[in-house]
Structure formats: C-alpha cells, structure tokens
Write a protein that binds this ligand. Structure first.
Ligand SMILES: C[S@@+](CC[C@H](N)C(=O)[O-])C[C@H]1O[C@@H](n2cnc3c(N)ncnc32)[C@H](O)[C@@H]1O
Length: 346
C-alpha cells in the first residue's frame, strides 16, 4: 500500500471540486432533459459493450466511444453531465476500457489523486510505464497503443518538448547562469530533453512538487546535476515558505488545469515577484478544443478545467498591468493546449 500524499487545499484536485467549478463557470441554457441524456448514454455504453463482446476491433470501439461521449458532453448541461459520469463508470463496459493500463491508472489513482506524474509517464511512453503496458491483456494493449495517440496526449508530448526548448533558449541567453523553476514538476521529463542541462549551461533548475514520490524520483534521476527536487506546494509558494530566490524562467505545466481563476491569479502574481528582470513566466492549460474530455471524465475519472485564450488572458490581466510586461497567449500545434507567457522588462 503506497502512502497517500496530503494535499495543501490550494489546488482543486478532486474531480468533484473541479466539476463544481466548471458548472459554475459554464451555466447552460440547454433544454435537454436528464432522461433523454441518460437514454442516449445508455445506448452508447450498450453499443460499445456489444462491440467488445462481438470481438470487433477494440480501437474502433474506443474511437467511436470517445467521439460519442465528447458530443454528448458538449450537448448536455454540465449538471446533467455530472449525473451521467457515475452511470458510465459503473457500466460493465468500463471493464473493457479499464484493461488499457493508462485508463486504469487514471481511474484507480494509485497515488491518491488525478493526474499524477506516473500517469503522465503513460503519455510520454516513458520506460517507467512500459512494464504495465507489456503486462496488459491483448485488448488493453491495443487500447493503450491507440490512447497514447489521442490529440491531447500528442499535445502533452509537444508541451514537454516546448518546455525543454524554452529552457535551452533561456540558458543560451543567460550564458550558463540560468535559474529555472518548474512548479508541479512531476517527474521533470522535459529535463531529459534539455541540451543545456546535459552540456552544463544551467546554474540551477528547481523542481517543486507536492507528491513526495515524484520528488524522490527526480532527486534520484538527476543526482549530480543542477536539478534541485523540492517537496513543496502551491500554498508554500504563496507564503514564500521555501525562500527560493529569483529565476529567469518559471513554468507550470499540468497544474493550472486544476486551479480556479482566483488561485491561478494568486500563484501567477507570486511567480512574477520571483522573476528576475527580463525573466519569463509560462503556464499551460488544456483548451476547450480537446476531444477526449467525455472519455477522460467518465472512464478515466480525470476532470480538468479547460481554458480558452480569453480565459488565459483573464488570468494575465488579473495578475499584471499588460502595458508593463510583454504577454502572449498561443496554442500548441493541435490546439489542445494553450500557453500563456509573461516576460518582465529587462
Ligand atoms: C499532470 S502532473 C504534471 C507533471 C509535469 N509538470 C508534466 O508536465 O509532466 C501534475 C503535477 O502537479 C502536482 N501538483 C498538484 N497540485 C499541486 C500543488 N498544489 N502544489 C504542488 N504540486 C502540485 C502533482 O503532484 C503532479 O505531479
């Protein structure tokens, strides 16, 4: 039995809490009755189960189900969708989808919360996840082979590569003195792709996370490098509990998707105080263009706050005077992830 980390209460990490916030943010005027939505869901689940039972290609079944759940989620009011989620989770077809080790890890939450770094390792196809994939049933292994190519997963791998590239750019500009802070760093997989880290161009790269298992993994993997793994939380950052000093580049990937606007703005303000002149803060968020949201929220029990460009600007505008900084909001290639950067004057 693994230790379950204690949460700091600053991030909305439970699916119920995130869902409550989503419902408040997206009031709906849709008129669909709960019984209609329930009947449609029942049909989707029944059809998917039949396809599995008849031995049809599991990948086609998953593709079809992901699409059907996405369309249903978009059409019904958030409050009705919330009622549908447990119905899908308790339907016998879940036993098929949970043969996918990625889906199962997300649903079972062995570390006690959604979106842990090991789950991300399934997306990165990192060697730490390969054994579970190899131990899967034939259906599970076919589903994982497909699920890792969801557009949202492709976007997460691109995010990792973008972060490594940005760190390298900052390191090149700072001539070996670069100081980097990764908030909610998970396993810091982007560092494995940083040329600057390998070639000794980084002064320090602080990796802060609230999960002691992830902190331990980073400390072990990057021993003897300038990477400094810190067991810390958003709350600790907000109260300056760690006295980390200042940085050239601060970033958070896979964190803002769990933060309400209020906490996101407080955290971004705090990060701005920790930037050196000419320093950059980056935060990334899944966008409303993801297409596997319905599948994630049901069979993976993984709920995220999706943010549009305008919602990213809302955080920037709540944090800084836009005329005093250089701010940008942009999408990754397939628009499943949206990025915001704020750079202070040199
Ligand atoms: C989806 S993972 C992202 C990991 C990594 N940044 C990546 O992109 O691969 C989210 C991480 O946020 C961390 N996290 C969640 N809430 C946090 C908080 N309040 N303070 C610090 N870390 C937090 C989790 O422990 C987890 O490692």
């Amino acid at each position: 039995m693994q230790d379950r980390p204690v949460f700091d209460g600053e991030s909305l990490i439970t699916s119920q809490a995130v869902a409550a916030d989503i419902a408040a943010r997206y009031p709906s005027d849709q008129q669909e009755r709960p019984t209609d939505a329930m009947a449609e869901l029942a049909l989707v689940l029944h059809t998917a189960r039949l396809r599995f039972e008849q031995g049809k290609d599991p990948v086609q079944t998953m593709r079809w189900t992901v699409d059907a759940l996405h369309k249903l989620r978009r059409r019904v009011a958030p409050a009705i969708w919330r009622e549908l989620i447990p119905v899908a989770q308790h339907h016998p077809v879940a036993d098929y989808f949970h043969q996918d080790p990625f889906t199962r890890w997300s649903f079972e939450k062995p570390r006690g919360y959604s979106g842990d770094a090991q789950l991300l390792d399934f997306i990165y196809q990192h060697e730490s996840a390969l054994q579970s994939a190899a131990d899967s049933t034939p259906i599970g292994s076919a589903l994982y082979d497909y699920s890792k190519y969801y557009p949202s997963c492709v976007a997460v791998r691109e995010r990792r590569d973008n972060l490594a590239r940005m760190v390298d750019q900052v390191a090149a500009a700072r001539g070996g003195d670069a100081e980097i802070l990764a908030i909610a760093s998970g396993h810091l997989r982007e560092a494995e792709h940083s040329v600057a880290l390998r070639s000794g161009q980084i002064k320090r790269w602080v990796a802060l996370d609230q999960d002691p298992m992830s902190v331990g993994s980073v400390a072990r993997d990057f021993v003897g490098t300038p990477v400094d793994a810190i067991d810390g939380s958003v709350r600790g950052l907000l109260t300056d509990a760690y006295k980390l000093g200042t940085f050239d580049f601060i970033y958070a990937a896979g964190l803002y998707d769990y933060l309400t606007d209020r906490v996101a703005i407080r955290l971004t303000r705090r990060c701005m105080e920790m930037l050196k002149p000419g320093g950059t803060m980056l935060f990334a968020n899944f966008s409303p263009e993801v297409t596997d949201d319905g599948y994630m929220e049901t069979f993976m029990d993984w709920t995220l706050l999706l943010r549009s460009e305008a919602q990213m600007w809302k955080i920037i505008n709540g944090t800084v005077d836009r005329n005093a900084v250089d701010a940008e909001v942009f999408f990754g290639e397939n628009r499943n992830i949206v990025y915001a950067t704020i750079t202070t004057p040199a």
